[in-house]
Structure formats: C-alpha cells, structure tokens
Design a protein around this ligand. Structure first.
Ligand SMILES: [Zn+2]
Length: 275
C-alpha cells in the first residue's frame, strides 16, 4: 500500500516536472533541468594521440592498428588496440593514488565528479612565474570579486598552460625523460595549504588544473595530492581550454574510464554552460 502510494507520488512529481518547462520545484528545492538545445558544451579534454603529454617516467600513449581493411565478407572492418599510462593526457587521480586504502577509480561515486563548478584565473601569476603555487590569498581575492565559493563545488584552476599543449618543453618546462626529466619539471600548481583550505573550508567536490599535476613541477612531497586525495577529493589533470569558461555559473561532467582497481585513468570532461 505504502509502496503503491510512493509510486503514485513519484508519477505526480514527474508529471509536475514535465509540466514546468523552466524547472521543477520539489519541497522548496529548485531542480532546474539543463536545456540541452540551448546549453553550450565546452570540451575540456585533450585528444589522446602520439603527442599526448605524459609524466617523464611514463611511456607514451600508443594506438596500434589491428585491422583496417575490406573483408571477404563484403564489409569494411577497423579495430585498434591502445596502450597508455593511467596518468597521461587528460586524466583523473583516484584517492588511492596518494592515499593507501582509499577509493580506487571504480569506487569513486559518480556524484564526486559531476556538479556546479567555478574557474579561478591565475594566468597572470603563472605567466610571471612558471613555478607559481596558487595561494589562499588568490582564493580570497576570487571570492571578493565573485562571492563565496559554494560548498561542494568543482574548482578548476586556470593557469593558461593548456595553451602550451602539446609542446612538452613549454608545458612541462623540460623535454627530458626519466628521473632527470622529473627533476627539471617547471609548471605551476596549487599550494598544499590552499588544497587543504579548499577541503576544510569549502568541502570541494573535486579540483582540476590545466597542468600535468595539481602540485607544482618542483614539488618533491606532493602535499596537494595528499591533502585532496586523502579526503576522497578526486583531482583532474592536464585539462584543456579553461580560458573559454566563465568564473561561475556552469557545471562540469567528468566521467573517467571505470577501471577496476585503477589509481587513475583517462577522463572525458566537459563544461556545461547555460545559454
Ligand atoms: Zn595523475
């Protein structure tokens, strides 16, 4: 009886939602639906290919053609195989990447990678200093101009470095590979104190950046990785094209490949802007 009643209520709510074209208010909460015809979608993903930038210790992305031919059956058939590091190109870091026992890639709730987002523009600072680390002061200045970052936001850090992609020397600060390459990395990131502040004070859902790492290139302790991932806050790295986004008023949908036991993996990530 109760189940039937609940069902009936659901149907009524759905019917009411469909009747309201702009949005749907249930119990006081405004559940606006995206108007996909009018929304502007921005792809924040670099295409994966031979020029995909990977960490100096990693092997390059490889696409191996297996089939690309007309068959005796009369149809054309094409199929490739791919090889890639988890942490190359546009990708997500799962909490276990820097925090023992935490979520693997397949265990990250979808809710943690989808939601309202803001963009923090630190291009000027990073142009002056390619070893720049985003400070709490930068966040406070952003809030003075745009209002308090809503709790549970996805925070995107725009260093402008996506503009260097796929030039390894400009993007990473080095073309060297292996340990020598790691020692000579020079690109901006988020200061560990700022990462901890975002978790503690704003309960951020996820943090993304348009460089190869959320910690700046010269980091030896990866404090921002630890601060975020140990609190189950996923990290998006090597994001593309943040420069076209507004500061506020958009959503991010970031859906990684669901690799069982993965410490990270390739990410297709988009921003959804209302028209
Ligand atoms: Zn990573």
């Amino acid at each position: 009886m109760i189940r039937t009643l609940t069902r009936t209520m659901d149907v009524i709510v759905v019917a009411l939602c469909l009747a309201a074209s702009a949005g749907c208010a249930v119990g006081g909460a405004q559940l606006d639906r995206v108007d996909w015809e009018k929304a502007r979608l921005v792809d924040l993903t670099h295409a994966f290919g031979a020029d995909t930038i990977v960490w100096p210790m990693e092997q390059d992305f490889r696409l191996i053609v297996q089939h690309a031919e007309d068959t005796p059956g009369g149809y054309y058939y094409a199929s490739n195989r791919i090889e890639m590091p988890e942490h190359g190109g546009t990708h997500i870091d799962a909490p276990i990447h820097f925090s023992r026992g935490k979520q693997t890639l397949d265990q990250i709730p979808i809710k943690h990678t989808v939601g309202g987002a803001i963009r923090i523009d630190v291009q000027a600072q990073c142009t002056r200093d390619r070893d720049y680390q985003v400070t709490v002061r930068d966040i406070e200045q952003w809030e003075a101009a745009h209002g308090r970052i809503p709790d549970h936001s996805i925070v995107l850090v725009d260093t402008g470095f996506s503009g260097f992609w796929p030039n390894r020397k400009e993007y990473l600060g080095t073309e060297l590979r292996g340990r020598e390459g790691v020692r000579t990395l020079h690109f901006p990131g988020v200061h560990p104190d700022t990462a901890a502040w975002l978790v503690r004070e704003r309960q951020v859902r996820a943090v993304g950046i348009d460089t190869a790492s959320i910690d700046y290139g010269q980091s030896a302790t990866f404090g921002s990785h630890v601060a975020l991932l140990s609190h189950n806050v996923p990290v998006f790295e090597n994001l593309a094209d943040l420069r076209g986004l507004p500061e506020t008023g958009f959503d991010v949908i970031a859906l990684p490949m669901k690799i069982a036991g993965g410490t990270g993996g390739p990410l297709r990530v988009i921003a959804v802007l209302p028209h």
